[in-house]
Design a protein around this ligand. Structure first.
Ligand code: C2E
Ligand code: MG
Ligand code: MG
Length: 587
């Protein structure tokens, strides 16, 4: 006998009544899987223990025994409707049956066909009603689930998270232990969401939630706090480095490429950590401190973790002030460009300059880019700022050419955000036309991570830039994802070896090996290798022996204001070329 929700359990001591009912119901209700007949409530209880029924029909012969039978069944019947079939009875008694859990009381007279039709329709109604209640209950449970969970990822929501953290904190007050709170924020999520649509963004968030869940232990609590923010509780960590270990594990797990809608995406994250009780004893404070630490991790370039430090609160206020000032800086003409020369190692001539922005702050003095570029990227201010840099650098280069100085390239750094605006090549074209600079004298520097957010789109965008005729360099090569398989597909001209490798080529075998490999690879791919951060003659000679094409660094010249750069270019040219008398003299 298979269990079926369409089975009816008939409890009827009178055999001929039972046969009539079984036969009749089978005829009238062919959808019923079966009518199981038993003679006593005791037998019925045995069936109820092993099988599901859609309804119970209980034959009643005397009112009191009916009430007893009902009572003995109710515990086993659960939510299954019980319909009583018995002789006519006063209304009060009927009410007592209903009060005791019966769904309905139906008269059982001479067992006519009409009575059978009435019974079957009541039966159907009771089953339907019972289902509706079950559905309602399920919906309520679902509602309760939704009230505590994030509908997109299924993770607990912030409300549930705070409740849990509060519980753990009060336990930890009684039974002292440390609790780490990790706040995790995806780097550049907004960009993906805006560029590829919220469906891709949502899919990414679900993947992230899945990776978090599979990387962490079941006892850790993970919640989604906001758009691309996740919070994690590590309860009972014994030493603070344990939290760092878990954080690093998460950074690694999340930085693996994601396959979304047929595209490969690389998304890093920033993690901020605060620890109970050292960094705060209240939920709000711990969350705020984890938040400050996350901002700091982002400021450091992302893909990193930071523990909360008390001075971070101070820096949050300072940051806000800086942001407001930066908004006005372009209009107030407080930004300036310095130019750092790049030398061609074969000819010892200036191959070009890199334009590096500085902020001439009225109170703080000359602010280096590391202090405001990350903020500009985060706030979107990088787009107008970058446009100003591009225009100014192009105009400057053209102006040097107009003064009769040798024609060299001007390199301009493009941040990820500038690269991912709609049709970035148009802005470049505009800057070139406005300054009348030939495209071959402009070089764009992009980092691997800016490109690797979506490699296929990058190939197309770089293609458009290439069509214009500008040069393209990968900046800080070796520090990002270094996806070698893509390298040969990117239309690029130069690899700029990050200064971290260059500066220890003579002291660290591994850095020397990496530098050698990058130069070799660039040669094989027909790209120029540029070493940045060259500070000493020994480093320069080492790079020359490896076949490096161009160098940039303090050894030859620091980033300098336009007038100095102009002199540098003229003098360098004079010392290299005997025709120097043809060049105008620069004072
Ligand atoms: P970057 O593009 O890799 O620029 C090279 C950085 O290395 C510059 O720092 C330069 O001053 C420094 N450098 C060059 N030679 C040496 C050396 O021999 N030793 C040492 N220790 N450092 C050297 P800077 O000017 O502080 O710029 C830092 C970063 O800020 C740049 O790195 C670039 O990523 C960003 N940046 C600068 N200007 C702009 C800009 O206009 N737009 C954007 N998006 N980013 C910019
Ligand atoms: Mg650069
Ligand atoms: Mg660089």
């Amino acid at each position: 006998m298979g269990s079926s929700s369409h089975s009816i359990l008939l409890i009827e001591g009178n055999q001929s009544d039972a046969s009539f009912l079984v036969e009749g119901l089978r005829r009238l209700e062919p959808d019923l899987a079966e009518v199981v007949h038993v003679a006593t409530p005791r037998e019925a209880r045995l069936h109820l223990m092993v099988q599901e029924f859609a309804a119970i029909l209980l034959g009643v012969h005397r009112p009191q025994s009916g009430l007893d039978d009902l009572e003995s069944l109710s515990e086993y019947a659960g939510k299954v409707p019980i319909l009583l079939l018995g002789p006519d009875c006063p209304l009060e008694l009927r009410d007592r049956f209903l009060a005791q859990g019966a769904t309905d009381y139906l008269p059982k007279g001479a067992m006519t066909s009409a009575e059978l039709v009435l019974l079957s329709s009541c039966l159907r109604h009771a089953i339907h009603h019972c289902r509706a209640i079950a559905d309602l209950l399920e919906a309520r449970l679902l509602g309760q689930h939704l009230a505590h969970h994030d509908p997109l990822t299924g993770l607990p929501n912030q409300r549930q998270f705070q409740h849990r953290l509060r519980q753990l904190i009060s336990q930890a007050r009684r039974n002292p232990r440390q609790i780490a709170l990790l706040e995790l924020n995806l780097d550049r999520f907004k960009l993906i969401n805006e560029s590829y649509g919220s469906d891709v963004g949502d899919e990414l968030l679900r993947h992230v939630a899945g990776r978090l869940t599979s990387t962490l232990r079941e006892s850790d609590t993970i919640a989604r706090r906001g758009a691309d923010e996740f919070t994690i509780i590590l309860d009972g960590i014994t030493r603070t480095p344990d939290a760092a270990r878990v954080g690093n594990k998460l950074l690694t797990a999340l930085s693996e490429p994601y396959q979304l809608s047929g595209n490969e995406f690389v998304v890093d994250c920033s993690i901020g950590i605060s620890v109970f009780p050292g960094d705060g004893e209240e939920v709000d404070i711990l969350l705020r401190h984890a938040d400050s630490a996350t901002s700091r991790a982002k400021e450091c370039g992302g893909n990193s973790l930071q523990f909360y430090l008390p001075q971070m609160n101070q820096s949050a206020a300072a940051r806000l002030e800086l942001e407001q000032d930066l908004r006005l800086a372009i209009d107030r003409r407080e930004l300036v460009l310095h130019y750092q020369p790049k030398l061609d190692l074969a000819t010892e001539r200036v191959a070009g300059f890199e334009a590096l922005v500085r902020w001439n702050h009225p109170e703080k003095g000359l602010v280096p880019p590391d202090r405001f570029i990350p903020l500009a990227e985060e706030t979107g201010l990088i787009v107008p700022l970058g446009e100003w840099v591009l225009n100014t650098a192009c105009i400057q280069n053209r102006s040097w050419q107009d003064q009769g100085l040798p024609k060299v390239t001007m390199a301009v750094n493009l941040s990820a955000r500038q690269f991912q605006v709609e049709r970035p090549a148009e802005g470049i074209d505009r800057a070139l036309r406005m300054s009348s600079l030939e495209p071959r004298y402009l070089d764009l520097e992009l980092t691997e991570s800016a490109i690797m957010t979506d490699a296929e789109v990058a190939i197309e965008t770089l293609g458009h830039m290439r069509d214009i005729g500008v040069g393209i360099s990968i900046d800080d090569f070796g520090t990002g994802h270094s996806s070698l398989s893509y390298l040969k597909r990117f239309p690029i001209d130069r690899l700029k070896i990050d200064k971290a490798f260059v500066q220890s080529v003579l002291t660290d075998n591994k850095d020397a090996a990496i530098t050698r490999a990058i130069i070799g690879m660039a040669g094989n791919l027909d790209l120029k290798a540029v070493a940045e951060g060259v500070e000493t003659f020994e480093q320069l000679e080492f790079l020359r022996r490896l076949g490096c094409d161009e160098v940039q660094g303090y050894f030859y010249g620091r980033p300098m204001p336009a007038a100095e750069a102009c002199t540098f270019l003229a003098e360098k040219e004079r010392s290299c070329v005997p025709r120097s008398s043809l060049l105008p003299s620069i004072n």
